[in-house]
Design a protein around this ligand. Structure first.
Ligand code: B12
Length: 217
């Protein structure tokens, strides 16, 4: 199968929420020698984007969106170890406290960002989803983090990213951490308006920002 046909197969399987087909497609793509990051970015991500657009147009509903996410997660069980392998042994670059903000349970993008951080030598403290702003700060203080990375997918939850910065300021700890924000509803303008240190549109951007942040320390 050509790369293009493989990506199309994964795109369709994510939209269909068919976890077996996604898992088989991923297995075949790996056998063809396609890189895990390309499998995610060129096959699965466009499928998930289309799922969101169909949901917004009321062509599909919550159960279909959930099936797509479950199919995605089962593929990540195969892909995450491969991503880490391709990262190889690296020196520790720094510590990142990562999570999806309070009120928001979207985990797919956060998990990719976490895998990419690990692949690039960062130690990741993943707090999961629906994480209170204060919990990001408490964990960062506890582990002596370099970076706080907060994912938010909804217009109703992005204010929580601002809340993290406010908590840091209230503790007099703002200067100790680089705060990176991302996820579907965030933009560079939003990041600037809340005084975040960086905005990333993709997991690759997240890594670039994090590497820059630790290099500037
Ligand atoms: C899958 C999905 C779900 C799944 C989530 C399952 C899971 N385990 O994650 C389920 C079904 C649970 C769900 C629920 C809901 N969802 Co939903 N969901 C989606 C969908 C289709 C895909 C999200 C996704 O996984 N994308 C793929 C990943 C790879 O992309 P990503 O998350 O953006 O992450 C990338 C980048 O943004 C970046 N990134 C992410 N985080 C970070 C962090 C940092 C620091 C950096 C630098 C970068 C970065 O890197 C990632 C990789 O490149 C989106 C549509 C969309 N296009 O986003 C809607 C969407 C986000 N959901 C939406 C809605 C409305 C809901 C519900 C309210 C629906 C409902 N009526 O109940 C609930 C809310 C539940 C809650 N309280 O959180 C809306 C939000 C609208 C808005 N703008 O506010 C969207 C946009 C759909 C739509 N078009 O209407 N959802």
């Amino acid at each position: 199968m050509s790369g293009k046909a493989t990506f199309e197969r994964l795109y369709n399987a994510i939209i269909a929420g068919d976890r077996n087909e996604v898992a088989q497609g991923v297995g075949d793509a790996l056998k063809e020698g396609i890189m895990p990051s390309d499998i995610i970015e060129k096959g699965m991500s466009p499928g998930m984007k289309e799922v969101g657009e169909r949901f917004a147009r009321y062509e599909i509903y919550l159960p279909e969106m959930m099936m797509a996410a479950e199919a995605w997660e089962s593929a990540m069980q195969i892909l995450e170890p491969k991503l880490l392998e391709s990262g190889g042994e690296r020196k520790k670059m720094g510590r990142v406290v990562l999570g999806t903000v309070k009120g928001d349970v979207h985990s797919v993008g956060k998990n990719i960002v976490g895998a990419m951080f690990k692949m690039n030598g960062f130690e990741v403290f993943d707090l999961g989803v629906d994480v209170a702003a204060s919990a990001f700060v408490t964990k960062a203080e506890e582990v002596g983090a370099d970076i706080i990375a907060a994912s938010a997918l909804m217009s109703t939850t992005i204010p929580q990213q601002k809340s993290i910065i406010e908590h840091l300021e209230a503790r007099g700890a703002r200067a100790k951490y680089r705060v990176l924000v991302g996820g579907g509803s965030t933009t560079q303008e939003w990041a600037d308006s809340i005084g975040a240190d960086g905005y990333g549109r993709t997991a690759g951007d997240a890594v670039t920002l994090a590497l820059k942040a630790v290099a500037q320390r």
